[in-house]
Design a protein around this ligand. Sequence first.
Ligand SMILES: [Fe+2]
Ligand SMILES: [Fe+2]
Length: 203
Amino acid sequence: MLTDYPELVEFLPCESPNEWVQWALENETLLLIDHAHCEKKAASTAMSLMYRYVDRENLLHKMSQLAREELLHFEQVLNIMRNRGVEYCHLQASRYADGLRKHIRTHEPAKLIDTLIIGAFVEARSCERFAVLIPHLDEEIGKFYKSLLKSEARHFEDYLSLAEEYAGHPIDDRIAFFREIEHQLIIEPDVEFRVHSGPPKAA
Ligand SMILES: [Fe+2]
Ligand SMILES: [Fe+2]
């Protein structure tokens, strides 16, 4: 499934643990609700970048398109939830995004570069997680997740290319720094299941 996106696979530090995949299948309702939150959050992150960096033309175009696509995904998840009688509710966010964001440097343009690199990791990981779940899901969700792969992979590329463009110098070291943090966040056990959680903590 991910063979169409070799750069994305190479970018990520590891595959999702099998224990996480099993956990997701046991928590389909939570998966859908948290997925809806993720799509909404992705749109909101893109919009806040558009507010903060009004002088970055490529960013404005790419983030505007991205925000629209994430909101469309949000509506698609809501439709599946409605079909299944799943009620939307507030959920505490997983430690994943904050675990990455707390390392964002505070001066510009470093702050922008770090934010874009994190965006690339979030998009790449989401794409990888949808891909590993697809073979195990029923037809409706499986088909939907398959349709998401292409756009999430493109979002990953957009974030990465913007980070490279605005850095103006190689960012391999900074990517490696965040890759190590992402790795820890993905393999360390978690208490609550989320789209971006680690595997379940042993009882
Ligand atoms: Fe999305
Ligand atoms: Fe996305």
